[in-house]
Structures are given as structure tokens and as C-alpha cells.
Design a binder for this molecule. Structure first.
Ligand code: XMP
Length: 473
């Protein structure tokens, strides 16, 4: 019989404290490579799950210095719109601003505001010639839902506009001197060529910490599968200017996943592609050789996962990271440890074991920015979290053909307490990490990895680690 190896997870180990030369936790740098060419300022990524990451989460995380990956459990159109919402959120000059017809009613404007998450529109009949602008202020006191845009807008004659090619300092001056918030950019024939907004300028100047592309727009990723229509999805996402694609396959060490990565990298070499999920050195190596710019590691550690129970397969997460990290380091490809994180110490252990960043679903679920409503039950507020291979997720996929009795779930649905903004989770985890770095005498994640000494602990050690012999308030 073969020798059976032991594999470990976060709770099985602790890190040995080191003599520290750090004067303050503030001296630590928690930035990291998410992919070969994309650096982020915090090593925490929300999971590409439909109860965790859509545009709201992606925007919040990009401002906090990370990136959100829009999940793929929706039709292509929906996912593309979510990507566009992030790309448009912060744009010093919006190249193709939304327009609305002068004959549209207040009701239609309100619907468009919700659809595009945008508070004002340029008015045009043909999408080119500028007739005016309508902002939320123009609508504040209008009660008749049938009022036409034409009767509410600031018309062309009263508009302050900017010429094509205006620089941002000049635009700032015009906005502040005229106490206006929107500055349409027009050509000599008064055709729409862009829009500059005060909010975008303020955001762009005050958020050096945010994750941005070369044009100053927020970074965003999107997940794709490897099934029939995946290249159609990839094409639409690339056209929407997505920055990162995740080839999101539960068993990523598969010919399908490798071919998908290869095809995407061949057709779109400038897009960063994350491949996964794997849990073995060979799995990581095969995806790297297929062209992946980062590897996502984790088979079955997730809070809502039952893959290990349903299939008997998986590797406890710390060992999975230890398996893959040497290969990732050899090829200089970042490792994203995906799933199983329950507390900030697990983040520190994952990074110490060789991960460059950590993906979390359960810990971000229940935050304000996740999709879905806040539910009340017995006086407590909750949100829903579900595995992407859970029964309800399988049945609600676009074009789902399976009947309930055909589904073999590998995930569950869960109720999680409402947690407020995602920023709270980030602060807790980044705080724990900075403290962890000081215990490791490390100024950054690379030093943490170099200094890390794990020890294996017993169940008694684990009990001692948690608060004990009292009633926690
Ligand atoms: P956490 O522990 O952070 O894990 O909630 C999030 C990760 O779990 C994976 N995932 C699943 N795995 N069945 C699984 O076996 C599922 O239904 C499922 N849904 C998500 C995924 O990698 C995610 O990032």
C-alpha cells in the first residue's frame, strides 16, 4: 500500500515569533503582486462568487487598493455591464458619456440612473449633437414622472463646455470658477467628445492607494469558464476593457482549463490571466506553462464548499499552498490562496507559506457591497452566501438545463450576519497582517516568507490559542 502523507491547514500550525527590529506596524508594506504585471496595495481579493463580487464590491476594493473579479454566473451582457460600471467609476475624461433623449421622461431618467449607476446624462437626440445636460439637481423638485428631459435640462445656450484636448488643471479651474460639477467636452460643431466631472477629478487626486490602470481608471477583473461560449464572453469582456480574466474552473488542473488559458493568451496577450484552481505542484506548473499570469490555489477549503465531502478529493489549504509555492516562485508567477480563511492569522499563515495574496469569500460575504438584500431574522440582519456549486446556484445559472434531481451539489447556501462595509473586513485583516509582520521581523510579505518558521500544534494548542475559560462579551 502507498504511504499516506499528512497534509495540514491553517489551524494545524502557528508561526514562531522572531526578534523584531520594527519600530512600528506602520513601517510595514503590505503591497503585493496579484498577477505577473499587476501590483495591488493590499493582499486581499474578494472571491468571484455571485454572493460576493459584482461592481459595488469591485469598486470598493479597487479604492481600498485591491481588485474585484466579477463572477461569471450570469449572462455575458450582465457581466459586461458590471465591468463597465467599474471602469467608468473613476475616469478623468469619460470618452463615451451616456446620453439621453430630450423626449425621455423623468421616469425613464430614473430607470437609467439605476441601470448605469450614473447621476447625470448629456442630452442628445442622436448621441452626438449636444443639446443640454440633466443632473440630479434638475430633477430634485420635479414630481410629475412624465416631465420631459427637455423641460428639466440645462440647455445648450447656458452650458459651460470645454474644447477637445483640454488639460485637467484647466478643467479644474473651469469647474471651480463656475461652481459646476460636469464639464462636457465638445468639438467645434458642438458634438459630444467626452465629459469631465468634478467627482472624478477629486477622486483621482485623492486616492493614490487605489488600484488604477494607465488611464487612471479603477482596475477590474472578470471570471470566465472554459465551456462552449467562453471565447464569446472573453471577447465581450476585453472590449469592455477588463484588466484581468480568471479562468475559473473548480478542477483547474484539466486540459480544458489549460487550453482556455492558452487560447486567451494567444488572442489577447496583454490581458492578465489567472488560472485555477489547483492544489498540487504539477497543477500549478501546467497552468503556468499554459500561460497563466497567476495561479489560484485551493480545492475544497471554502466556507461554503462541500467538494471534499461529495468527491473525496481536496488538499488542506496550508499544504496546498506549500505544494504550489515553489513552482510559482521558480517561474516568478504569483500565487493566490483561495478559500478557507477564517481569521486574520490565517491570512498571515497563507502569505508566510508562499501565497502572494489571498482570496476570501466567506469573510467578505454579508458586507454592504455584496449583491443581495439584507434580511432580518429574529431581530438580526443577514445576507445570503452560497457556493457556486450549491443547488440553488446550479439551478439559477443562465441557460441551466438541469432539473433539481440531476444536481449533485458541491457547495451549500448559508446565512451570514450583516457586517457593514467591506472596509471593516479589510481593516481587520490588514491590521492583523501588519501586526503579524512585526512578529516575523518583516517589513513586507517577501521578508515574512523568508523569516517564516511554522510549528505544528496539537488540539490542546489550538484550544489555548482561542480565548478560553471565560465568557467572551
Ligand atoms: P471562503 O472560505 O473564503 O472560500 O468562503 C471561497 C472560495 O470557495 C470556492 N467555492 C467553492 N468551492 N464548492 C466548492 O467546493 C462551491 O460551491 C464553491 N463556491 C465557491 C471558491 O474558490 C471561492 O473563491
Amino acid at each position: 500500500m502507498q504511504e499516506i502523507r499528512t497534509a495540514l491547514t491553517y489551524d494545524d500550525v502557528l508561526l514562531v515569533p522572531q526578534k523584531s527590529e520594527l519600530k512600528s506596524r506602520k513601517d510595514t508594506d503590505v503591497s503585493t503582486q496579484l498577477t505577473k504585471n499587476i501590483k495591488i496595495n493590499i493582499p486581499l481579493v474578494p472571491a468571484n462568487m455571485d454572493t460576493v463580487t459584482e461592481s459595488k464590491m469591485a469598486i470598493a476594493m479597487a479604492y481600498l487598493g485591491s481588485v474585484g473579479i466579477i463572477h461569471r454566473f450570469c449572462d455575458i451582457d450582465y457581466q459586461v455591464k458590471e465591468v463597465k460600471k467599474v471602469k467608468r467609476k473613476q475616469n478623468v475624461i469619460i470618452d463615451n458619456p451616456f446620453t439621453i433623449n430630450p423626449q425621455a421622461t423623468l421616469k425613464e431618467v430614473r430607470a437609467k440612473i439605476l441601470e448605469h449607476n450614473c447621476q447625470s446624462f448629456l442630452v442628445s437626440e442622436n448621441g452626438q449633437d449636444l443639446l443640454g445636460i440633466i443632473t440630479s439637481r434638475d430633477m430634485d423638485f420635479v414630481t410629475d414622472e412624465n416631465t420631459k428631459v427637455l423641460d428639466m435640462m440645462t440647455p445648450k445656450e447656458k452650458l459651460i463646455t470645454a474644447p477637445v484636448g483640454i488639460d485637467i488643471e484647466k478643467a479644474k479651474e473651469i469647474l471651480s470658477q463656475n461652481k459646476i460639477e460636469k464639464l462636457p467636452v465638445v468639438d467645434s460643431a458642438f458634438r459630444i467628445r467626452g465629459l469631465i466631472t468634478a467627482t472624478d477629478i477629486i477622486r483621482n487626486y485623492n486616492n493614490g492607494h487605489a488600484s488604477k490602470d494607465a488611464k487612471g481608471r479603477l482596475l477590474v477583473g472578470a471570471a470566465v469558464g472554459a465551456g462552449d461560449d467562453f471565447m464569446e464572453r472573453v471577447k465581450a469582456l476585453v472590449e469592455a476593457e477588463v484588466d484581468i480574466l480568471v479562468v475559473d474552473i473548480a478542477h483547474g488542473h484539466s486540459v480544458n482549463a489549460m487550453e482556455a488559458i492558452k487560447t486567451i493568451k494567444t488572442q489577447y496577450p496583454s490581458i492578465e490571466v489567472i488560472g485555477g484552481n489547483v492544489a498540487t505542484a504539477q497543477g500549478a506548473k501546467d497552468l503556468i506553462l499554459a500561460g497563466a499570469d497567476a495561479i489560484k490555489v485551493g480545492i475544497g477549503p471554502g466556507s461554503i464548499c462541500t467538494t471534499r465531502i461529495t468527491t473525496g478529493f481536496g488538499i488542506p489549504q496550508l499544504s496546498a499552498i506549500l505544494n504550489c509555492a515553489p513552482v510559482c516562485q521558480q517561474y516568478n508567477i504569483p500565487l493566490i490562496a483561495d478559500g478557507g480563511v477564517k481569521q486574520p492569522g490565517d491570512l498571515v499563515k497563507a502569505l508566510a507559506a508562499g501565497a502572494d495574496s489571498v482570496m476570501m469569500g466567506g469573510q467578505f460575504s454579508g458586507t454592504e457591497e455584496t449583491p443581495g438584500a439584507v434580511l432580518s431574522y429574529r431581530g438580526q440582519q443577514y445576507k445570503i452566501s452560497r457556493g457556486m456549486a450549491s443547488l440553488t446556484a446550479a439551478l439559477s445559472r443562465p441557460n441551466a438545463k438541469e432539473k433539481i434531481e440531476d444536481v449533485t451539489p458541491e457547495g451549500v447556501e448559508a446565512r451570514v450576519p450583516f457586517k457593514g462595509p467591506a472596509k471593516n473586513v479589510v481593516n481587520l485583516y490588514v491590521g492583523g497582517l501588519r501586526s503579524g509582520l512585526s512578529y516575523a521581523n518583516a517589513h513586507n510579505i517577501k521578508e515574512l516568507q523568508a523569516h517564516a518558521q511554522f510549528i505544528r500544534i496539537t488540539a490542546a494548542g489550538m484550544t489555548e490559542s482561542h480565548s478560553h475559560d471565560n465568557q467572551v462579551l
